[in-house]
Design a protein around this ligand. Structure first.
Ligand SMILES: C[S@@+](CC[C@H](N)C(=O)[O-])C[C@H]1O[C@@H](n2cnc3c(N)ncnc32)[C@H](O)[C@@H]1O
Length: 367
């Protein structure tokens, strides 16, 4: 592959999600907190597999759209951008892509040292160099959003995730490219130990043959790794583009608010072309955005219904508990989706609900 390559549909779908998420993330961290009136003295976004900044069809790569959207953000006047306070760090391993990225950022934004934020572009190896580079730019101790967007060679050690997890208000997004799960047999077991936190955590998944089960198992292992690393909240999902190969994403955050914001991003993203997000827990339900749902006003997504039934199979729960479970344990569903799922299952006669109005404390069980 040359310096540039064509933009795959899954990458384009992922970019749509990143744009929504980053647009929400910057003001949350940079604007004074409504309650305390304080805000962070420094915030760092690390794009550790940055790429050349451009695709063959002239589409923008992640470093370019990330910087552009920050500088042109609707709330930019209230975010207090200064070079000391806001920094974007881009790491690219391949020299020609690193040089292309430097040139591309210069063409798009002019001299980087004149920008109102610090932009640090390094040639380096994400797994080996991220921690050191974050130290050099003084990122630790203040929020970091780490984006680890490799294709098939995820090599970022769990020790790095652990350090980010223990850093204040910090988050990670790790993607697994379309071939990662099929190529896994060729990957070095020592690297897998480092990425997943130890052989004992991944060994059982090594022999899974079924390609559909493989991604579920490995994403679960990674998600559990992020939990051990210290991320209190994790999401994992498959990004399914309208055409072409899917890709897989795991998100870790220390705050429930991070989960809520990521889910809002998933819901406000333009899915009109049929792209969707799929929950690993669901094997049969049709995913969102593939024509089956919301066409009829009352129709409820089969994935939501299947997940809700799965949860109720574990035992009765209040509407409030079910909402929190949807938010924290499923890929894309929110607290408010619990009510419509319960109403739909009830209409099918599948539930026992205490008589009267459905309230937060109503305890619901399967019939
Ligand atoms: C999936 S592409 C990144 C795309 C980019 N983040 C975007 O969304 O536009 C992965 C990039 O990481 C680079 N790369 C591969 N291994 C790397 C490593 N170990 N460290 C840093 N960069 C690496 C590749 O050369 C490639 O440009």
């Amino acid at each position: 592959m040359g310096v540039l390559w064509p933009l795959e549909p899954a990458t384009e779908a992922k970019h749509r999600l990143y744009k929504r998420y980053f647009d929400a993330w910057w003001p949350i961290l940079l604007q004074p907190n409504g309650r305390t009136g304080r805000s962070w003295s420094k915030v760092t976004l690390l794009d550790a597999f940055a790429g050349p900044g451009r695709y063959e069809g002239n589409e923008e790569g992640s470093p370019v759209f990330t910087l552009r959207r920050l500088l042109e953000h609707g709330s930019v006047a209230r975010m207090g951008l200064t070079r000391d306070r806001v920094q974007l760090v881009f790491i690219e391993k391949q020299r020609d892509r690193y040089e292309y990225l430097l040139g591309e950022l210069g063409r798009e934004f002019g001299a980087l040292d004149r920008l109102p934020v610090r932009v640090e572009v390094r040639q380096g190896e994400a797994g080996r160099d991220s921690e050191r580079i974050l130290t050099e730019v003084g990122a630790w101790g203040r929020p970091i959003l780490g984006v680890f967007d490799s294709w098939g060679s995820v090599n970022t050690p769990m020790s790095l995730m652990r350090r980010i997890a223990r850093n204040p208000s910090s988050e990670v997004i790790t993607t697994f490219g379309p071939n990662w799960f099929s190529r896994r047999e060729n990957l070095n077991p020592d690297v897998l130990d480092s990425v997943f936190g130890g052989r004992q955590f991944w060994e059982h998944a090594a022999d899974i043959e079924d390609s559909d089960e493989k991604w579920r198992a490995w994403l679960k292992i990674y998600r559990e790794g992020l939990q051990r690393a210290g991320f209190g909240f994790r999401l994992q999902f498959k990004v399914v583009p309208r055409t072409g190969q899917p890709l897989y994403l795991v998100f870790g955050t220390g705050h429930q608010k991070g989960v809520e914001v990521m889910k809002e991003a998933m819901w406000t993203v333009d899915k009109s072309d049929g792209m969707s997000f799929k929950d690993p827990r669901c094997r049969s339900a049709a995913p969102v955005g593939q024509g089956s749902i919301f066409e009829l006003e009352e129709a409820v997504d089969p994935e939501l219904l299947a997940l809700m039934e799965q949860r109720l199979l574990q035992g009765p729960a209040s509407l409030e508990t079910l909402g929190t479970w949807l938010l924290l344990e499923t890929s894309q569903w929110r607290v408010r989706d619990a009510r419509q799922a319960i109403q739909a299952l009830d209409e099918d006669g599948r539930l026992v609900i205490p008589a009267g109005r459905l309230t937060k404390t109503s305890v619901i069980r399967l019939r």
